[in-house]
Design a protein around this ligand. Structure first.
Ligand SMILES: [Fe+2]
Ligand SMILES: [Fe+2]
Length: 280
């Protein structure tokens, strides 16, 4: 992919905004060029081929030591913002703008402040890109590893290249898991969601943590393909994950948020919940 966010444009095509007019949908289709589609396909081919149970274990070992950098949230935002795509300046917003559009839409609907904060933080795990990780190990739909890959996951045919799809220990419906064992006991494909969850897990309320951890798990929050791994608590928490998703996907406003004017509000909000510096 040319841009780390191209897969999110692809999401909009898979899950169009129900509130959008036909004209807006057509405009969007015109804008999706074939290069972009090829880029997204290749991205998912690599993602589905290489995201294995072992791969996730290795990445956890590497990144959950949190020895890469110590940053305040504001330093992390500045760092993340170096990840701008300049091939398409008319369309792509910088990362901070996506975060602010998401959080401001949540705030406008008068949700609790921790929900607003979640919108503001939810993609910060993308700093993984800046630690040299390939896009397929940072963004894209996430899914459980260690059991059968659902055909509800985007481009399921690409799992044919994943060695675990042929391994009998891992390719049954439950694989290494037990029925309704709860997602906390399930390894998800590695990416920005799990990474940020692990950084935030001591600081935010449970629904916020579920929103961060599973916001790219489309096969569940949109397709309900993994009910057999969810426990009662997950079902309760996924109400929040579902509530969050439209803010992530459909909050692109015509006028970009004024980051400078909004900063004092977010400084207070960050200070209310998070320590001054965090280990990445
Ligand atoms: Fe994300
Ligand atoms: Fe996002």
């Amino acid at each position: 992919m040319r841009d780390v966010d191209d897969w999110e444009d692809d999401l909009l095509q898979r899950y169009p905004n129900p509130g959008e007019t036909k004209k807006e949908k057509d405009d969007y289709r015109n804008y999706v060029d074939s290069d972009r589609i090829d880029g997204v396909r290749e991205f998912y081919r690599l993602n589905h081929k290489y995201q294995t149970y072992d791969f996730v274990c290795r990445k956890e070992e590497e990144f959950l030591k949190f020895d890469k950098r110590t940053m305040s949230i504001w330093e992390a935002v500045d760092f993340l913002n170096t990840l701008v795509d300049d091939s398409d300046p008319d369309i792509d917003l910088d990362q901070l703008q996506h975060l602010l559009q998401t959080s401001e839409a949540i705030r406008a609907d008068e949700h609790p402040d921790w929900f607003v904060l979640t919108g503001f933080l939810h993609d910060m795990g993308k700093v993984l890109c800046l630690f040299g990780e390939p896009q397929w190990a940072v963004v894209g739909d996430t899914f459980p590893v260690g059991c059968q890959f659902s055909d509800k996951i985007v481009y399921p045919e690409f799992f044919d290249e994943n060695p675990y799809a042929k391994d009998e220990r891992y390719n049954t419906k439950l694989g290494v898991y037990t029925e309704n064992c709860g997602l906390d006991n399930v390894k998800m494909s590695w990416g920005h969601d799990e990474y940020l969850y692990q950084i935030m897990k001591d600081y935010l309320p449970e629904p916020a943590l579920h929103m961060i951890r599973y916001h790219s798990f489309y096969a569940q929050h949109r397709e309900q393909a993994y009910d057999h791994l969810m426990d009662k608590k997950d079902h309760e928490m996924f109400k929040w994950v579902k509530k969050f998703n439209p803010y992530d996907l459909y909050s692109k406003a015509p006028t970009p948020p004024d980051a400078k004017a909004l900063r004092p509000y977010y400084e207070d909000l960050v200070a209310k919940y998070l320590p001054e510096s965090l280990s990445f």
